[in-house]
Design a binder for this molecule. Structure first.
Ligand SMILES: [Zn+2]
Length: 139
């Protein structure tokens, strides 16, 4: 099923036009932001608003149909971060460079790894944005 434009607009607004995972603003992404199914359709996730959030294409691509991942520290398999119901600040923080994302919890660490939040091209872009004061986001 195709998501309505009204629903897409609502999700974009709720997400402050930022990727729910890496927090990049849509203004700095070449491609269009995508609507992420938090629980993927392939895993039975619905097209309802409470299962949707905004994602940049890179995070969405690496998330793919994953719902869980292994925390590299504890080796436990844990659910991925849910940007709709969980607090980003509780599960992640920025490194000293303000461009690298560090997991604070098992969920955060597993999500950083599974979604490759610190892939070189993303960190390089974020470093440039840090220099011009456009990252990290203020909200
Ligand atoms: Zn992202």
């Amino acid at each position: 099923m195709t998501l309505s434009e009204a629903l897409r607009a609502r999700v974009r607004q709720q997400a402050h036009d930022q990727c729910g995972y890496c927090r990049i603003s849509s203004a700095w992404v070449y491609a269009s932001m995508e609507i992420d199914h938090i629980l993927p359709r392939a895993a039975g996730g619905s097209d309802e608003e409470d299962n949707l959030w905004l994602s940049c294409p890179l995070c969405n691509q690496y998330k793919h149909t994953q719902t869980q991942a292994v925390d590299p520290l504890t080796r436990r398999r844990v659910p991925l971060y849910n940007p709709r119901v969980q607090s980003w600040d509780e599960h992640f923080r920025w490194g000293r460079d303000q461009a690298t994302i560090i997991g604070r919890t098992a969920c955060g660490r597993a999500t950083v790894k599974a979604l490759r939040l610190n892939i070189e091209q993303a960190v390089q872009l974020r470093r440039g944005l840090v220099e011009i004061g456009a990252y990290p986001p203020g909200n």
